[in-house]
Design a protein around this ligand. Sequence first.
Ligand SMILES: Nc1nc2c(c(=O)[nH]1)N[C@H]1C(S)=C(S)[C@@H](COP(=O)(O)OP(=O)(O)OC[C@H]3O[C@@H](n4cnc5c(=O)[nH]c(N)nc54)[C@H](O)[C@@H]3O)O[C@H]1N2
Ligand SMILES: Nc1nc2c(c(=O)[nH]1)N[C@H]1C(S)=C(S)[C@@H](COP(=O)(O)OP(=O)(O)OC[C@H]3O[C@@H](n4cnc5c(=O)[nH]c(N)nc54)[C@H](O)[C@@H]3O)O[C@H]1N2
Ligand SMILES: [Mo]
Length: 712
Amino acid sequence: MTRTLAQDATVLGACPHDCPDTCSMLVKVENGKVTGVQGNPAHPFTQGRLCAKTSHYQERVYHPERLLYPMRRSGPKGTGTFERISWDEALATIGERWRTIIDTDGPTAILPYSYLGTQGIVNGLTVGDPFFNKLGATISERTFCDSGASTAYVMTVGPTPGMDPESLVHSRFIILWACNVLSTNAHLWPFIDTARRNGAKLVVIDPVKTGTTAMADLHLRPRPGTDAALALAMIHVIIREGRVDRDYVDRHTIGFDELSAHVAAYTPAFAAAETGIDAEVIRNLARDYASAQPSAIRIGVAIERSAGGGQVVRAIACLPALVGAWRRPGGGLLQLPLWAFPVRWDRLHRADLATPGTRVINQWKLGAALTGGLDREPPIRALFVYNSNPLVVAPDQLRLQQGLAREDLFTVVSEQFMTDTARYADLLLPATTQVEQDDLMFSWGHLYLSLNRQAVPAQGEAISNAELFRRLATVMGYDDPFFQRSDETILRESLDWDAPSMQGITMELLDTQGYARLNLPAADVFALHADGGFPTPSGKVEMKASMAAGGNFVLPTFRQGSNEHQDGSPVPALPTYRPPRESGVADAAPGTRYPLAMMSPKSHSFLNSSYGNLRRQAVREGEQKLFINPADAGARGIRSDDLVRVRNARGAFVAVAKVGDEAMPGVVIAPMGHWLARSRAQATPAALNPTVLGDLGGAPTFSDNAVEVELV
Ligand SMILES: Nc1nc2c(c(=O)[nH]1)N[C@H]1C(S)=C(S)[C@@H](COP(=O)(O)OP(=O)(O)OC[C@H]3O[C@@H](n4cnc5c(=O)[nH]c(N)nc54)[C@H](O)[C@@H]3O)O[C@H]1N2
Ligand SMILES: Nc1nc2c(c(=O)[nH]1)N[C@H]1C(S)=C(S)[C@@H](COP(=O)(O)OP(=O)(O)OC[C@H]3O[C@@H](n4cnc5c(=O)[nH]c(N)nc54)[C@H](O)[C@@H]3O)O[C@H]1N2
Ligand SMILES: [Mo]
């Protein structure tokens, strides 16, 4: 179906970004151009507001540096010199180069690389999967975000939406655990605020002082990656002091007796030694959390970013059942309500098109994969990047730069902008923004589907990701009509419209309202597990995880995965503390003995590395900063605004020091998202980040990173 685009209109849209809030947007079109966007006031979660990233989305759309035409490299790799070519030439070149590579090295010499530049069902995570599965390319294992936490969560409570975030208004006690809500999940804040005004207590557990921690009644600052010790000590106290909801535990959990014996060693004193938080504070936290019902825990994605990050979530996921928090609206654990959406990932991803046994490379290992470091045949000869900017978001930046600079590597990048990664492309393909395409959005932070309608024609010769893969399929001669499905068909086929959660939702409703709440209980009565019914093998909360039985468990979702990210150590059936690998540990792994722990959390005005090149946001963020505690700064003769070099064995970058108590002693913070091309020493915090994966789900260990800092 082709729609005529109005010259003047307000079009119902949805934010495309990889963020829990998935805002419903009103896109104002005047004379055929977007002149402004605003949050949809009718949307119960967006509530009429957009954020520091997207409130002027038109500046992204009409930015003078938008990539608008296919281009071919005309200078050395990395310099960003390109000349315009036609789409026909670009596609023919790709076809030719790929066929030659397939003839000599086989299709696994081609590596796709993508993540969530846009999150839509049509153009997002899985858009290229059927094509690359059919091609027989190496499978790129995407464990960028929350796959460690998700694995742990599913092992414990199953793939349940758990809580409705809107039901937080009913909570009496809220713990935000490794979650910087005011920056990364801002539209959740009004619900927390309402709860607080109703008398709820807010605890934030974060090593860093942030805008969010400033709002807390209690801010606890554990050393990064020691959270499991804290959670296990809470369990210890709750059990030892008889604060368990016995009835709930007896009826809806398995493994309580084993857990009870297991946590004997996890005393508050033990946790105090590991986390640096006073034992009495830990006892009181456990008491208040248990007694103030309903109590809620919101975990951030950052919770998974250390060697034992998966086990942190295993321990935390046991807590709500222990105290019976699931009984009432406003109680339980809030992770990813994404599990509520009946998306037909199998249909989108088409694993059935892949040859069984196809090589898998984890995305965190791109630097090694391109430089022969994985020692696997055939070497990667072609890289195809879309929806991602690995040079800034992936670790091992130095090696990655070397790999991308390889003259014999044929790199294609589909982008909206000349990102750091794009500068290394042989061919650049222009991509549309959200106002130039249709898409359907699920959410990982609330329970509404949103429909995004194209508002204006595509700029220049930019095309959507879905169109890109239709064209590539034609070039490669794939005549299965599946590869030519229209956006509208993909959109309609991607949901299970017969699912109970979709009852009452139609395309027509989405088209007129822009969004629709899944057919689930209203927030006021949302207590899915008041009477158990967890989607685990036992139907209960598995404190002792049956899915750990084989010593290995891989999340069965849309995330392409393999077993290869497991580090070989068995997955313990009971939540078990695993100390950080590098940060703050005396017996750290060899080559990792640096005195300070570095974290690189999200920046308020950037969306991962997106918006790093937009003036409004770049001005707000300023230069790359490094927050450092006065004790650590003093010992190194560093004062605020001094330039410092942050280094470890993997690399170094330069930042402006900010001395203060935002950072706790022994911990430094380098917010992520700044672009390499705008950095001082051609490096960003990713240069220091380890490629070591966490204990579950191939999670990154970016909060488990030891460094040294010195004056430049
Ligand atoms: N403004 C903005 N919003 C975003 C994004 C963005 O880039 N910018 N990115 C989006 C994406 S992709 C994601 S995944 C989410 C992430 O959302 P969050 O998980 O909230 O993001 P972070 O800022 O990485 O981390 C949150 C907090 O966790 C703390 N933290 C880090 N490691 C640990 C630890 O080991 N223990 C504890 N207790 N705390 C720790 C950090 O200090 C930080 O303040 O945000 C989304 N929203
Ligand atoms: N140091 C550090 N590193 C991290 C994290 C961290 O907290 N610290 N967080 C990790 C996490 S949680 C995540 S989710 C990842 C995020 O990693 P990515 O998903 O790679 O995030 P972005 O940096 O936003 O890069 C997305 C790119 O896609 C482009 N894009 C947007 N829309 C489209 C489109 O429609 N088509 C095409 N072809 N391109 C498009 C954007 O211009 C942008 O350059 O980063 C991870 N890396
Ligand atoms: Mo993420």
